[in-house]
Design a binder for this molecule. Structure first.
Ligand code: KG4
Ligand code: ZN
Length: 339
């Protein structure tokens, strides 16, 4: 079964065709980073309009590359079975552009329409490009770390989610982005901090927000600690790489130690590490070393937003017979599980 996946929840336009929820036939991502970089963050209206300009040409190339071709007018490309699309969480205007395209296509081609939760899609990136024996096995734990979310979820089976812990303030990616700005590093902050910190000894040691006795996270105090250091009269620009490394190390150690503590209590067969921050090599390394379970990370290029992960998540919903109606609307605050 071939599923078209459409992703426009933030600043990446993603269109992809995935076979059987795992094999990528084509995956195109158009990043808007350069467009937003001059503002130091994502400008919602600029993002929506760029999705509008990018989507149709990208769809055409995506279908061609997948070997599906455009098909006859009014008929679906031969071999395409469903259209999956992110309908939340994310920026309302940005989501609307992708959802409208997906609805129009599913309507015109008479294919099932499947709305997908963006965080669920991040988790399903772990099924992509893997043979069935290497795919995640249930029950599993998922640590989702992105620009807007930091959550540990327990997944007893496909499509079932229980919230174990989440951030009480900033998401991990948001903390990377804000701290990068404080350190004068370019947007998006995550990759900039990782680059600045590479091969540098962390200094000084920053306070680690453990929230003992809870599986929740908190990263806003850490950001304030960095701000105090940067604003102190003794701060020298040469100290920046060490401070970037100290910040990264603190976030990584807290995420890994808390995920490990959860892994010891839950009967799970593996931990899936997903979301944009999962592209961080130091985080991947420390989580693999700390968590007492097999750790499955999507390839780095599939950790940040893309259409393939949406198609993979949509495939499993389709397999369970799920469909959305034409009344599907965007839900900017969509949740995967109640807190
Ligand atoms: O999942 P994603 O592409 O979009 C959201 O759903 O939010 O995640 C984007 C976030 C940004 O905050 C970005 O700074 C962070 O992921 N990120 C990283 C790295 N690459 C992206 N954070 C740390 N290290 C990275 N290498
Ligand atoms: Zn994302």
């Amino acid at each position: 079964m071939n599923v078209l996946g459409v992703e426009t929840s933030c600043d990446e336009t993603g269109v992809s065709v995935v076979q059987g929820g795992a094999r990528i036939l084509s995956n195109l991502v158009a990043s808007q980073i350069e467009l937003h970089a001059r503002y130091g963050g994502v400008v919602p209206e600029v993002a929506s309009r760029q999705h509008l300009l990018t989507l149709l040409p990208q769809l055409r190339s995506c279908l061609e590359r997948a070997g599906l071709g455009p098909g006859a007018p009014g008929k679906p490309p031969p071999g395409l079975d469903a259209v999956a699309v992110t309908y939340g969480p994310g920026l309302a205007g940005a989501l609307l552009v992708g959802l409208n395209l997906a609805k129009a296509l599913a309507w015109a081609w008479d294919l099932p329409l499947i709305g997908v939760n963006h965080l669920e899609a991040h988790i399903y990136a772990a099924w992509l490009d893997r043979s069935p024996e290497d795919q995640p096995q249930f029950p599993l734990l998922a640590l989702v770390v992105s620009g807007g979310h930091t959550e540990v979820l327990f997944m007893p089976a496909h499509g079932q989610y229980q919230m174990v812990g989440r951030t009480r303030d900033d998401a991990a990616g948001e903390a990377f982005d804000k701290v990068a700005r404080l350190l004068g590093l370019p947007f998006p902050g995550g990759p900039s901090v990782e680059r600045a910190a590479r091969g540098v000894a962390p200094a000084p040691r920053l306070p680690r927000p453990w929230l003992r006795g809870s599986d929740d996270f908190s990263f806003s105090g850490l950001k304030t600690a960095v701000l105090r250091l940067v604003e102190s009269p003794d701060y020298r620009p040469e100290a920046m790489p060490g401070l970037a490394a100290a910040f990264q190390e603190t976030v990584v150690q807290v995420l890994a130690a808390k995920a490990a503590a959860v892994a010891r209590r839950f009967n799970a067969r593996c931990l899936v590490l997903a979301g944009g921050v999962a592209a961080n090599r130091r985080l991947r390394e420390v989580v693999e070393d700390t968590v007492p379970l097999p750790v499955i990370c999507p390839p780095i290029s599939l950790c940040t937003d893309n259409g393939a992960m949406v198609a993979a998540a949509g495939y499993y919903r389709l397999e369970r017979g799920e469909r959305h109606g034409w009344d599907l609307d965007v839900v900017p605050t969509l949740k995967l599980a109640p807190p």
